[in-house]
Design a protein around this ligand. Structure first.
Ligand code: ADP
Length: 708
């Protein structure tokens, strides 16, 4: 495996210029292989390689040369919003040679027309799908697609969308797909009509080991045959401290949030003799305590932990909190993070050692059932071991509790092939949504042409035919499409549903709820929204179930299901409805988090989803011409978006005024933007001089825009 100096790489001067400024002097073996395989001829290419092998740079070279030599635009698509922002920041370097870099994610009901002026557009799979549905005019200029982390195509929830974006991409231009190692890389490459480039090279060599307890000893058996023994009570903690004392950092993966938190506390009790940069950690602590998007308890707990060089990390934390923790780990202030596996799927955060502390976890879908983590997931976690520039090698250690687990690690994680990517379009929910997506971007289509496009899927042809036939029938029966003389087109309802980025099954639940509703009960509407397949899901305890059913103060719009699994969804939706109602009744965030045992990150996820679902419900009612419900639904939507009672809706329209400030102003007699303009001194005394002045100015601008 060879490196190649930048000057001898044959890359165009404009590339060399920007990369040199970034401090890159040579191309690594993965990058050299990509060049040799036709990167600059812009052939479709599937690159599979371990994490941190420099795939992003390969994509940058592909995109920039393509734009410069062939014209057009490039899109870089990732599965996560956080990754999209990270990449967009990196790509800013290309503005130096005159390229404009744009980032778009979230907000599904727009076509982002302003992006016509951009050259490189970074986005998520869902957002790109929604842009196609809106027939964004600039999309016709996109002729180079980077599909990042393509192995997510096998993900049960998101895979269908990723596959449909891949189908569009290969119909519209050159495709550069990036992926972790997958079992059926050849099949996927063939499907993409792409050259397969498989690279095994890693910037930091990886050593794998399995760890278990044997009497008073802790034994580490390495894959290469070495056996090491260390002494201590708790294997995971003993090994983690061993790495930390030798100057390394550790990432520990646990299967549940609670396990991760508990272990973080246990580890923090043992770092008394670790050398820490207390002054810097003090600043981290201050940043955490000042966070506005986290609950008080969460902030205080984490602040005390970080002072000991340890943190935990999972999706229940607010985004701000997660960013501080990731940043402090990168700066090597934190020595250990105990995380759930979501961290391994997200941002780039390498450590000298990765400890996988559980090889099985509870199944989300089948209660009480444990399942082993897959080889793909193992590789994803283990791949985080070894920090370039700091570690000569990385260690991935799996802790096992018995001989069965030991055997599992040796025969599966160390030996067997990783799992193949399978199509996830093989479900009614994702296939029917795919049909809507094609029809909304392509317009009216004959059945044969629709079949032709759908057949580009990875799904076996017989299944495509089956789902297409059944799908067309269901969509027609429910009013989303019309079929005239063999030609299929979206109805007004179908088109709106597709633009809203709603799953047709969700739209159907909402439609029925709207038809059933004869009173304006917020809770009942919120429950229906949460009960759709697009609704957020939360865990419900038996005690919570009883309490909720007790507190129900109006008839729900969805009847109780008979099926046990459906009943679970039904109760989850009810809990989401109660949470959202507390939110729009202006209950304190701390109160909500405690009452429902959720984290700030969960609350944000719930509110974001309910914001979009309430917006969609309003628009569905509009297209269904249920005019008498529109006023109520619009207010409900605005209240969900802002978390306020109706009386504050006037105030929160002013940028910078959220639920807390609005309440403060309102209680002091400032009840609408006009009052702000008329009482500037009062506003300033309430909000502080600088902010107050800004707000009064904005209120003035807001009012003059209204009257214009
Ligand atoms: P991947 O996408 O394969 O997971 P990244 O593209 O994120 O990996 O690269 C990992 C790290 O390696 C980044 O910090 C990047 O700046 C660095 N890197 C990539 N290519 C080179 C190179 N040729 N020389 C030095 N550092 C590089």
């Amino acid at each position: 495996m060879k490196w190649l100096s930048l000057n001898e790489s044959g890359l165009p001067g404009y590339i060399v210029k920007v990369l040199s400024r970034r401090g890159i002097t040579s191309l690594n073996p993965a990058q050299v292989t990509a060049l040799e395989s036709g990167l600059l001829q812009w052939k479709n290419m599937l690159i599979t390689s371990p994490t941190a092998s420099g795939k992003t740079l390969i994509a940058e070279i592909g995109m920039v040369t393509h734009i410069k030599e062939r014209g057009g635009k490039a899109v870089y698509v990732t599965p996560l919003r956080a990754l999209a922002s990270e990449k967009a920041r990196e790509f800013k370097d290309w503005e130096e040679i005159g390229l404009k870099v744009g980032l778009t994610s979230g907000e599904y009901d727009t076509d982002d027309a302003y992006l016509k002026d951009y050259d490189i557009i970074v986005t998520t799979y869902e957002k790109l799908d929604s842009l196609y549905r809106h027939r964004a005019a600039w999309l016709k200029d996109v002729n180079y697609f980077v599909l990042d982390e393509l192995h997510y195509m096998g993900d049960t929830d998101r895979g269908g969308v990723i596959e449909s974006v891949a189908i569009r991409a290969k119909r519209s231009g050159s495709v550069l797909a990036l992926s972790a190692t997958v079992g059926n890389a050849e099949e996927i490459a063939k499907w993409l009509r792409a050259v397969l480039v498989s690279v095994a090279w890693r910037p930091v060599p990886l050593r794998e080991a399995v760890m278990y307890k044997s009497g008073k000893q802790i034994v580490l058996e390495y894959k290469d045959g070495e056996v090491r023994r260390i002494y201590g009570d708790d294997p995971v903690i003993t090994y983690a401290l061993d790495v930390i004392y030798k100057g390394g950092q550790v990432l520990i993966f646990r299967s549940s949030r609670r396990y991760a938190e508990t272990l973080a506390f246990k580890l923090a009790e043992r770092t008394t003799f670790v050398k820490l940069e207390k002054n810097e950690l003090e600043k981290v602590k201050e940043r955490i305590l000042e966070l506005e998007d986290s609950g008080t308890e969460e902030k205080e707990t984490m602040a005390s932990l970080v002072m000991k060089g340890v943190a935990y990390h999972h999706a229940g934390l607010s985004r701000g909190m997660r960013e501080i923790i990731e940043d402090s780990f990168r700066r090597r202030l934190l020595k250990a993070i105990v995380a759930t596996p979501t961290l391994a799927a997200g941002v780039n955060l390498p450590a000298r050692a990765v400890i996988i502390a559980d090889i099985s976890r509870f199944n989300r879908r089948v209660l009480g059932y444990r399942e082993e983590i897959s080889v793909t997931e193992y590789r994803q976690m283990a791949g985080r071991a070894g920090r370039p520039g700091f570690d000569k090698e990385g260690e991935a250690v799996v802790f096992v509790r018995d001989s069965d687990e030991l055997e599992y690690v040796k025969s599966r994680f160390w030996k067997s092939e990783v799992e193949p990517i399978q199509s996830r379009l093989g479900s009614e929910a994702s296939f029917y949504s795919f049909i809507l997506s094609i029809l909304s971007s392509e317009g009216k289509l004959r059945k044969e042409d629709l079949l032709k496009i759908a057949s580009e899927s990875l799904l076996p042809h017989v299944l495509v035919k089956k789902y297409l036939n059944e799908g067309l029938e269901w969509l027609e029966d429910h009013g989303f499409i019309s079929v005239v003389d063999n030609e299929v087109s979206l109805t007004k309802l179908g088109s709106r549903v597709s633009d809203l980025y709603l799953n047709p099954f969700s739209a159907n639940v909402l439609k029925e709820a709207l038809e059933n509703a004869d009173e304006d009960c917020e809770l009942a509407y919120l429950h229906a929204m949460a009960y759709t397949p697009d609704g957020p899901v939360v865990a419900v305890s038996k005690a919570e179930e009883d309490e909720m059913l007790d507190e129900l103060d109006c008839d729900l719009l969805i009847g109780e299901p008979y099926d046990e699994v459906e009943m679970e969804n039904y109760l989850s939706a009810l809990k989401v409805a109660f949470i959202t109602r507390d939110w729009i009744e202006e209950k304190e965030e701390d109160y909500i988090l405690k009452k429902y045992s959720i984290g700030s990150g969960d609350l944000r996820t719930i509110i974001d989803a309910m914001d979009w679902l309430s917006y969609s419900t309003y628009h569905l009612a509009k297209v269904l011409e249920m005019d008498d419900k529109l006023d109520f639904l619009m207010k409900l939507h605005e209240r969900v978006a802002e978390g306020v009672k109706e009386e504050l809706l006037g105030l929160v329209k002013i940028k910078g005024i959220g639920r807390k400030r609005a309440r403060l102003l309102y209680n002091a007699g400032i009840r609408k933007p006009e009052d702000m303009v008329m009482n500037p001194e009062k506003v300033k005394s309430l909000l502080g001089e600088k902010l107050g002045e800004q707000i009064v100015r904005r209120a003035g601008e807001f009012l003059s825009n209204l009257t214009r």
